[in-house]
Design a protein around this ligand. Structure first.
Ligand code: 147
Length: 640
C-alpha cells in the first residue's frame, strides 16, 4: 500500500461526493439460528466465552455486528440442530429456554444499538394443527415478542417462515396483530425466500403496507458463487427496502472473498441495504452439517479453543466504519473503472453528513491499481485513515490492519490498491482489532458424568446438542428427586427439513472405546434410546446419523441398531426383557470395545454383537416421536 502512484499502473479517478443521493444503510450482521449453530458457545468457560462475544459484537473490536437475526425455536431441526420453543405445547410458556435470549442480551450489552430480528424455521406441531400459516402461529410470534420484552430486548424486525414461501393474508394478519399488541414499530421482513414476493407486493396494496422489507436469501448466488447481486425490476419497483437477509454458508475463513463481494455488490448491483451472514458462529461439533461456517469457530467448549475467521474481519471493514442510518452515496459507489473484475467500492456518509467511509474490494483484480480520490459535497477533507485485509493471507496479522493515514490536499488523495484485498478509507476513528487469544485445541477427556442436578429447569444440559425435539432440564419423575433431562416435544413438529426421531448428541467425535450408561424413564408407551459412536449426521434427506443405538420399549422389547445417514437402520440384535413399563426408572448401558458392542439393561447384559461399521463418535439420547422420556445420571467411562 502506498500513497503515491507507481508510474506503470493505470490510474482511476473517483469522486466521493457528499451531495450524492442513495439509500439508507441498515447494517451488516449475522444469523444465530437455522439452526443450532451457536449451541456450544454458551458452554464455553470464561474468559474465552466473553472474548468470543467481544469479537462478534463489541464495537471497535471485531466483526462488530450491526444486526443479529435469531431463530424463534420450534423444537425441530433447522439445519445443524434444533432450537427450543418457548411453547412446547399450547398451554406452556417459558421465556428462558435455549441460548438465543442469552445471545441477544450479550449482543445488546456490548452494543445497545445492535438491531434484532426474529425468524422461525419450524414450529411445534400443536400450532394450527400442523399448519404454519395459522392464527396460532401469529399468536406464537406475539408471545415470543412478549418474552423478548421480559428480557428487556426490543425486536426491530420479524420474519415469517424461513425459505418456505409466504401467505399474503397471514402476513396481513401478522401486521394487524403486531399493531394491536403494541408492536407497531416492529418491521416485517418478507419472505426470507426469493424475490417472488415482490409480485404480490406490487399488486396488493394491503400486503404492501404490511411489509417493510423484502428480504431475499443468497441473492448473489449460493456460497462462494456469490458475485452478481442484481435484483429483478419487480423487486426494485416495489420501492421497498431490499435486503440480502441470508448470505454466506461458507467456511469462517474461506468465505472471505464472497463476503467482501457480497456486501459491496449487494448494494451496487441490487441496492440491498443489509447483508446477513449465515451463521454467526460455528459452535457445533465437526460431525454436524456446516461445521465451520460462520464468522468464528467455537466448537470445543471443553478446551476453550476458538478462532476468529477472516469473514469477521472482512465484515468489520463495513461494520466498524458505519452505523445503521448512514446514507449510501450512489455517485461514489460502483466498479473500479466500470469493470467488475477490477473490484468495487461503496461510499457512505454519516448521519451528521460530514464523515464518510469508502469500502473497496479487489477480489477479482489481477494487478495493483492506483485510485485518485476527490472529496466534495460537504464531506470532511480531514485525515483519511486506511485499513486493509489481505484475503489471500493465512496470517491473522494481515487482517484488519490500520495501514496508513493520508492528509488530503485540496480534497484530493491517492491510494494504490493491491489485488485480493479489502480496504476501508474513513474520516472516522475508534476502530480496533481485539487481541485476546484462546488456548490450543484439545480432546474432551473421559471419564465424564452429569447428574443434571446442577441446572435450572428449562435450560439445556452442558454439551448436550439437540438435533430434533427438545431435551431440557426438568424435575425428575417416577418419584425421584432432583433434576433430569426430559424430551419436551410431545408431538411431531412442523418441520423445516427432514423429520427424525427426537435426539440429542454430546461429546467428542474422537471417542472410540467406552461405556456410556444412563437412567431412563418412559412417560408414555414408546421407546427411548442410548446412542453411541455417533458421527456423521444428515439433515436434508434422511435426518439419520451414523451411530449405534440401544433401543428399549415399555413392552420390554429391546434392540441394538445401526443407523446410517443414507437412511438405513439395521437391527444387529433384538430380544425381549421384563416389561419396562412407564414412569419407572431403568438403567441402560452401551459398551464399545473394538468391534464389539454390548447392551446392558438394569444390570443384565441382553446382547452383544460384533460389528465393524462405526469406529467411534459421540453419545446421545433419543426417543420415539412424541415420547417425553426422561434421562438421568449420564456416565461415560473410558474403555480399551
Ligand atoms: C439456508 C438456510 O436458511 C439455513 O438455515 C442453512 O440451512 C443454510 C445452509 O447453507 O441454507 O437455506 C438454503 C439452502 C440452499 C440454498 C439456499 C439457501 N441454495 O442452494 O441456494
Amino acid at each position: 500500500v502506498g500513497t503515491t502512484a507507481a508510474p506503470a499502473q493505470a490510474a482511476t479517478s473517483l469522486t466521493i461526493n457528499g451531495a450524492s443521493g442513495g439509500r439508507t444503510f441498515d447494517g451488516v450482521g449475522a444469523i444465530s439460528g437455522g439452526g443450532g449453530n451457536s449451541r456450544l458457545l454458551i458452554d464455553y468457560p470464561e474468559p474465552q466465552r466473553g472474548q468470543i462475544l467481544d469479537y462478534l459484537f463489541r464495537p471497535g473490536y471485531g466483526a462488530s455486528l450491526q444486526i443479529l437475526k435469531a431463530e424463534i425455536g420450534g423444537d425441530t431441526n433447522s439445519t445443524s440442530g434444533a432450537e427450543p420453543s418457548h411453547q412446547h405445547t399450547r398451554s406452556d410458556l417459558n421465556c428462558d429456554r435455549g441460548y438465543e435470549w442469552w445471545l441477544m442480551e450479550q449482543a445488546k450489552a456490548r452494543n445497545p444499538d445492535i438491531k434484532l430480528y426474529g425468524l422461525a424455521w419450524g414450529a411445534p406441531g400443536w400450532i394450527g394443527g400442523g399448519n404454519f400459516w395459522s392464527a396460532d402461529m401469529t399468536n406464537y410470534l406475539i408471545s415470543w415478542l412478549g418474552c423478548a420484552k421480559q428480557h428487556g430486548l426490543s425486536i426491530d424486525y420479524l420474519g415469517g417462515w424461513n425459505e418456505r414461501g409466504y401467505n399474503v393474508s397471514w402476513y396481513e394478519q401478522l401486521r394487524s396483530a403486531l399493531n394491536s399488541n403494541g408492536y407497531g414499530s416492529v418491521k416485517i421482513v418478507a419472505a426470507d425466500s426469493d424475490w417472488s414476493v415482490a409480485g404480490d407486493i406490487n399488486s396488493n396494496p394491503a400486503f404492501a403496507s404490511s411489509v417493510s422489507v423484502i428480504g431475499t436469501h443468497y441473492p448473489c448466488g449460493y456460497r462462494s458463487a456469490q458475485s452478481n447481486c442484481s435484483v429483478p425490476s419487480a423487486a426494485t419497483s416495489t420501492g421497498k427496502t431490499l435486503w440480502a437477509s441470508e448470505n454466506g454458508s461458507d467456511d469462517y475463513n474461506g468465505g472471505a472473498p464472497a463476503v467482501a463481494r457480497g456486501i459491496n455488490r449487494g448494494y451496487i448491483d441490487g441496492r440491498m441495504t443489509a447483508y446477513l451472514n449465515w451463521p454467526v458462529v460455528a459452535a457445533i461439533t465437526p460431525n454436524l452439517p456446516y461445521p465451520t461456517m460462520g464468522l468464528a469457530l467455537a466448537s470445543q467448549p471443553w478446551s476453550g479453543h476458538y478462532a476468529i475467521g477472516k469473514n469477521a474481519w472482512v465484515m468489520a471493514h463495513t461494520s466498524q466504519f458505519t452505523a445503521p442510518g448512514w446514507q449510501y452515496l450512489d455517485a461514489s459507489s460502483g466498479y473500479i473503472g466500470g469493470n467488475r473484475n477490477n473490484g468495487s467500492y461503496v461510499s457512505l456518509k454519516s448521519t451528521d453528513k460530514s464523515d464518510y467511509s469508502t469500502v473497496i474490494e479487489t477480489m477479482d483484480a489481477g494487478s495493483a491499481q492506483t485510485l485518485n480520490f476527490n472529496v466534495t459535497g460537504g464531506l470532511s477533507t480531514g485525515t483519511v485513515h486506511v485499513w486493509s485485509t489481505d484475503v489471500d493471507s493465512g496470517n491473522p496479522a494481515d487482517y484488519f490492519v490500520h495501514t496508513t493515514d493520508i492528509t488530503p490536499s485540496g480534497g484530493g488523495f491517492s491510494l494504490t490498491v493491491q489485488p485480493h484485498r479489502v480496504y476501508t478509507l474513513t474520516t472516522t476513528t475508534g476502530q480496533g482489532k481485539g487481541t485476546a487469544t484462546g488456548p490450543a485445541p484439545g480432546a474432551m477427556s473421559l471419564p465424564y458424568s452429569d447428574s443434571f442436578d446442577g441446572y435450572a429447569t428449562g435450560t439445556e444440559a452442558k454439551y448436550l446438542m439437540d438435533w430434533q425435539g427438545a431435551f431440557e432440564v426438568a424435575g425428575c419423575g417416577g418419584g425421584r428427586s432432583g433434576r433430569c433431562v426430559r424430551q419436551m416435544s410431545p408431538q411431531k413438529p412442523i418441520t423445516w427439513d427432514a423429520l427424525s426421531d427426537p435426539h440429542a448428541l454430546l461429546g467428542d467425535v474422537g471417542w472410540s472405546n467406552y461405556t456410556v450408561s444412563s437412567d431412563v424413564l418412559l412417560e408414555q408407551p414408546g421407546y427411548a434410546e442410548l446412542i453411541g459412536r455417533a458421527n456423521g449426521q444428515d439433515y436434508g434427506s434422511t435426518g439419520q446419523l451414523n451411530a449405534y443405538h440401544l433401543r428399549v420399549s415399555d413392552t420390554g422389547a429391546w434392540s441394538i441398531l445401526s443407523s446410517s445417514t443414507n437412511g438405513t437402520v439395521s437391527t444387529l440384535a433384538r430380544g425381549t426383557t421384563t416389561a419396562l413399563g412407564t414412569n419407572r426408572w431403568h438403567r441402560l448401558a452401551l459398551a464399545f470395545s473394538g468391534t464389539t458392542v454390548t447392551a446392558v439393561i438394569d444390570g443384565s447384559t441382553v446382547g452383544s454383537v460384533n460389528d465393524p461399521t462405526w469406529a467411534g463418535g459421540q453419545v446421545g439420547y433419543a426417543t420415539s416421536q412424541g415420547e417425553t422420556a426422561q434421562f438421568d445420571n449420564l456416565s461415560l467411562t473410558p474403555g480399551s
